[in-house]
Design a protein around this ligand. Structure first.
Ligand code: SF4
Length: 463
């Protein structure tokens, strides 16, 4: 088992002798076209779950990581990129012309990831029977289209399926723009089973679980873990339920096994949680997981790229998180306004925030490792409400961070966003990017947003 997996890790699409014997699945993480991109534990979790499932079902896996910042050829042309010891950092970046048909103020558009010609070479080097392409934000669709077009050109006749967030939220747009044979919405397994069957390819017997394809270049700097699927709340600005469906609790055993395997094989020390609702049902999932980490006793560090629900942060879980090696806590407070929560999410009552901060500080977290997200730029939101929320949160001696609203198809706020935005949100997903500040109005202008950004910086400097 060990030998076979190492062979996959080394092979990441180089030579392909084994494909004579085994069916081959080519998995592609596309490059990203955006104004800016920072790697905050950006890993193709869903694609690598499917990869592990197919590998255990007898497939050879070729994986092309369009965002590989370790790629030698790209490093030799573009140089190194700044990375941090916590596993986050920059990607390689090549400026590209701003799309001609797009209105907007920002002009620093770029392609992030490995060089285009190397991306093409890696895809060419595979001899696949099926090609799976993942997708992220809707406004990253250009990279997905590049990946699909390249794969189809280099491997004509081989089925190409696109899944992931963009494919789930905008399936018609995805089918039209990428030209993929299949667009998979939501959980990929049933659709992939159907595709394999229809193409007379072997179908793995077992179900997909949370085991991930083991690839050193992906997991060495940072692993990702997920205990629960989805979130039981239905905030009107969030796409969690559209993407993940209903909340499903608990796979702390698989997550712990993944952590141990990455640590043993690649020396991985940093782990980020991908959960939308890590603390929900914590007595059965998260707390047992933390206790196993503590019993294990190895030196690992944990991060939260997604915020946690502050009302579930009690003394016990805060203390266990600190002891287990959590380096930072991100809280999804969104607003100090009761009206805001009544209208948009109904998830907090007054008193939740002060008590969460108190528990975290008692457990040993300092001002600098607690960050509170405040939402800015929702349809019709007044900038003064955001200002008050920033000042309120900062008064508890924690860092504040503006979470700028992006309109997301399928969310309850989407129709209103489409109605009031000056940009054609339905026709052009690039306008979902919060760089466009697409909900600007008289009570919340671009100048107001700049002021709030400067205010957040200055409040954080005072810590
Ligand atoms: S914003 Fe947070 S609490 Fe609300 S639905 Fe999304 S993940 Fe759940």
């Amino acid at each position: 088992m060990m030998v076979a997996r190492e062979a996959v890790a080394k092979n990441e699409v180089t030579c392909n002798y084994l494909s004579m014997k085994k069916p081959t699945a080519l998995l592609i993480q596309p490059p990203v076209y955006d104004f800016a991109l920072y790697d905050l534990y950006l890993k193709p979790f869903g694609l690598l779950r499917l990869g592990s499932w197919l590998e255990r079902g007898g497939y050879r896996i070729d994986f092309v990581n369009g965002l590989d910042y370790r790629n030698k050829e790209t490093l030799s042309v573009l140089g190194t990129v700044r990375r941090k010891s916590n596993g986050t950092g920059k990607f390689h970046r090549v400026r590209v012309p701003f799309p001609e048909n797009i209105q907007g103020r920002e002009r620093h558009f770029a392609r992030y990831g490995m060089l285009e010609e190397i991306f093409r070479e890696r895809i060419t080097a595979s001899d696949p029977d099926i090609i799976l392409v993942t997708s992220g934000m809707t406004y990253w669709y250009r990279g997905v289209a590049e990946a699909v077009h390249t794969a189809r050109k280099l491997h004509p006749g081989i089925p190409v399926a696109v899944g992931g967030v963009y494919a789930t939220l905008m399936p018609e747009h995805c089918a039209r723009v990428t030209g993929a044979d299949y667009v998979v919405q939501g959980e990929g397994e049933p659709a992939i089973r159907g595709i394999l069957q229809s193409r007379h390819l072997p179908v793995p017997e077992n179900a997909v679980d949370d085991r991930l394809l083991m690839i050193e270049s992906i997991w060495k700097d940072a692993g990702v873990l997920r205990l629960n699927d989805g979130c039981p709340y239905h905030c009107d600005y969030c796409a969690s339920s559209v993407i993940c469906g209903t909340f499903t609790a608990g796979r702390n055993n698989t997550a712990f096994n993944m952590l141990q395997e990455m640590n043993a094989r690649f020396g991985t020390k940093n782990f980020a949680f991908y959960d939308d609702a890590l603390l929900i049902d914590k007595e059965h999932t998260f707390i047992p997981f933390l206790r196993r980490v503590l019993d294990w006793g190895n030196d690992v560090r944990f991060y939260l790229p997604n915020a946690v629900h502050l009302q579930f942060l009690d003394r016990e879980v805060s203390t266990l998180m600190k002891k287990a090696g959590f380096q930072e806590i991100r809280l999804g407070f969104e607003s100090s306004s009761g009206e805001f929560h009544k209208k948009h999410d109904d998830k907090y009552s007054s008193g939740d925030f002060p008590s969460a901060v108190e528990h975290l500080k008692t457990a040993g977290f300092t001002s600098r490792n607690i960050t509170v997200y405040i939402l800015a730029g929702l349809p019709g939101q007044d900038y003064r409400e955001v200002e008050e929320s920033l000042r309120y949160a900062a008064s508890f001696g924690v860092k504040v961070s503006l979470a700028e609203y992006s309109p997301v198809p399928g969310t309850p706020l989407w129709p209103e966003s489409v109605r009031i935005s000056p940009f054609p949100l339905e026709a052009e997903p690039l306008y979902h990017n919060n760089t466009f500040f697409s909900m600007e109005w008289g009570g919340f202008t671009l100048e107001n947003l700049k002021y709030l950004k400067a205010l957040a910086l200055s409040l954080n400097r005072q810590l």
